[in-house]
Every structure is written in C-alpha cells, then in structure tokens.
Design a protein around this ligand. Structure first.
Ligand code: DAH
Length: 346
C-alpha cells in the first residue's frame, strides 16, 4: 500500500490542466478522481481499515498527507482558473500601437467641415438652428406661394397639424436659417449654415429622406451678382482644385431673384465628357441667387438699402463628386469597409 500511495503522491504533484480545453471540467475531473465518493482516497481509506494494526499509524499519516495534497492541488487549480483570463489578456507594452482601432470622421463630416472652412476663410461665420421648423421660417418668409408643391405632404414631413395654428415640419432645407438670422440681426450679415434636412422621398441610390446641406447668406449694402459669382468661383477652386471652372445657368427659386444653378467643370474628365458628367463636361453642384427683396422685407431688413446673395448645396452630392461615391445609401449603412476608405482624408 505504501508504494501505491507514493504513486498517487507523484501523480498529484505532476498534475496539470490543459489551457486549450475546458479548464473547469478538468479540475472537476481531478477532484472527483481523488476526493469523490468513489474516488482514490475513499478506496484507500477502505483498504486502510483492513490493515494490521501495527501498520496503521505509518500508513494513516501517509494517507492524510495524500488527501491534503489532493485538496491543495484542487485549490491551486481554482486560483489559476480565476487569474488565467487576466493573465492571457495582459498587453505586451513593447508592441507597436494598433492605429487601426482609432476611429475616424465620417466622410460627410469631413466634407461638411471642408465647406465650412472654405467659407470661414472669407469671413463667413457658422449659424446653426432648429431641425423642426414652422411654416413661416420654412416657406412663407422665403416667398413660397401658398400653393407651392414643397408645401405638399409629398415632399415634407409634417410634425403636427393643429386647427388654426401654423404647420410644423422637419426642415426641408437649411434656407430657413437665413430667415432666423435676418430676423434677429441687421446687415452686414455673412453666415454659413450647415445642417441636416429631411424630405419625404423614397430611399434609392440617388435620393434619401435625410441628408445634409450647407447654406450661405451675405447681406450688406451694394452686394451684387458679381460678388456672388466671385465667391462661387473661389469656393469651386478651393473645393475641387485650381483648374476648376464654373458656369451659371438661369433657374428659379422662390427666395432668390435672379436665381441660378452652378455647374463645375467635370473633375473626372477635366471637361472632355465622361460617364460621370454624362458626356457634358459639367456637373451641377448648387443653387444660388440674389436674395428676393420680399424675403429681406419679411425678415425686417430694408430692401432699399440692402441687397444680398444666398446659395445652398447638398453635402452628400459634394462628397459623391469629390470621392466618386456612386450610391447615397452607403453614407448611412455604417459599413466599415466603406467608411475606412476615407480614414486619411481629414
Ligand atoms: N434651398 C434650396 C434647396 O433645398 C437650395 C438653395 C437654392 C438655397 C438657391 C439657396 C439658393 O440659398 O439661393 O434646394
């Protein structure tokens, strides 16, 4: 029996648990083998009863030592199990930093900041305003006739419709910020208003119900269309490169007179014609015009003394043209494979 006990002592001493397998199960298996009801210890104690009494003292001591060794080993394993996860996740501080895990700005934020930067270099300051707007600031003050289609449910998300009260809607354009600014300040006014806008559109590669615009407004004495044109040329060159040319086409917006749409020479083919510019050599990028005197008056600004220009552009479209993004939906899907492509454009 002495040899047998010595064998078990050695087995306990050299027992280990495999890190790769279920460690708690391995510990339990070890415990049951030695300390379980039908385990080694109980079996040895049974045999112990049958020993001649002159051997009992020596073997008894050895058995107790064996039992203690088994219990200590179980305890040692349990301590290891508790500490093991932290030991495994300890960082090696000598390894280089993992730059991948640092977040980056969304391509739309970068584009919006870039537009704001370009305008702030020529004295425009940022104005932000509410996204839930009333009829006056969205449409009436901006000279929209009562039956204009933009006031239709088809285009606008109305928030509440109460008898005898102004309608309230999610803003459909950032032009409403013009009104808010002119109502509470007098010229000279030179502001830029970046922000989110909402339209009741079916989501597709070319349209979304949420998108972003940047609006600019300049009101002072003697502001002319020439000021507008020079500002637009400066913006286009800063945004799309020195070689960029602009072209203005007559257009219509209720809040500007005259109104225009601006195209830039295609930054892909340089104006020769390609599939991005549909062979025309030009890309449409924004709407603009001289602020209609009706709008100035509605906001409490004397249209005899002051004139101004306004312009508005879509940020998604700017980013699409700059980075050749083909589908609007990509901006909002949070697919890291798309987003990581713009990690270095800040
Ligand atoms: N608000 C117009 C839109 O959402 C964009 C726009 C056009 C803004 C002409 C302007 C402007 O300030 O002068 O389509």
């Amino acid at each position: 029996m002495k040899e047998l006990i010595e064998c078990y002592v050695e087995e306990i001493r050299s027992a280990t648990i495999e890190a790769a397998e279920d460690r708690a199960a391995q510990i339990e298996k070890f415990r049951v083998r030695f300390l379980g009801r039908k385990g080694v210890m109980n079996e040895l104690f049974e045999q112990f009863k049958t020993l001649p009494s002159d051997q009992k003292k020596e073997i008894g001591i050895a058995l107790n030592q064996l039992k203690n060794a088994a219990m200590e080993k179980v305890e040692e394993f349990r301590c290891y199990l508790e500490q093991a996860p932290t030991m495994e996740h300890k960082h090696d501080l000598t390894l280089p930093t993992d730059f991948e895990s640092i977040g980056s700005r969304h391509v739309l934020s970068v584009t919006m900041n870039e537009i704001v930067d370009i305008f702030s270099r020529i004295g425009f300051t940022v104005e932000e305003s509410v996204e839930i707007e009333d009829d006056w600031h969205l449409f009436s003050a901006l000279n929209f006739p009562p039956d204009h289609p933009a006031r239709d449910m088809q285009d606008t998300f109305f928030v509440e419709k109460q008898e005898g009260r102004q309608e309230v809607a999610l803003r459909t354009h950032t032009s409403s910020v013009q009104v808010r600014v002119m109502e509470h300040s007098q010229p000279p006014i030179r502001i830029i208003a970046p922000g989110r806008v909402f339209r009741n559109e079916a989501i597709s590669a070319r349209a979304h119900c949420i998108f972003h615009q940047v609006e600019a407004l300049y009101v002072d004495r003697h502001v002319t269309f020439a000021d507008l044109k020079q500002t637009l040329l400066y913006f286009a060159k800063e945004m799309f490169g020195e070689q960029t040319q602009i072209r203005l086409r007559p257009s219509y917006f209720p809040f500007t007179e005259p109104s225009a749409e601006m195209d830039i020479s295609c930054n892909i083919c340089g104006g020769k014609g390609c599939n991005i510019c549909k062979g025309t050599g030009w890309l449409e990028i924004l709407g603009c015009g001289m602020v209609d005197p009706n709008v100035l008056e509605a906001c409490g600004i004397d249209s005899k003394q002051y004139s101004g220009f306004a312009l508005g552009m879509g940020v998604e479209r700017m980013a699409m043209l700059k980075h050749q993004i083909k589908d609007l939906r990509l901006y909002f899907e949070n697919d890291l494979r798309f987003l990581h492509q713009f990690d270095n454009i800040v």
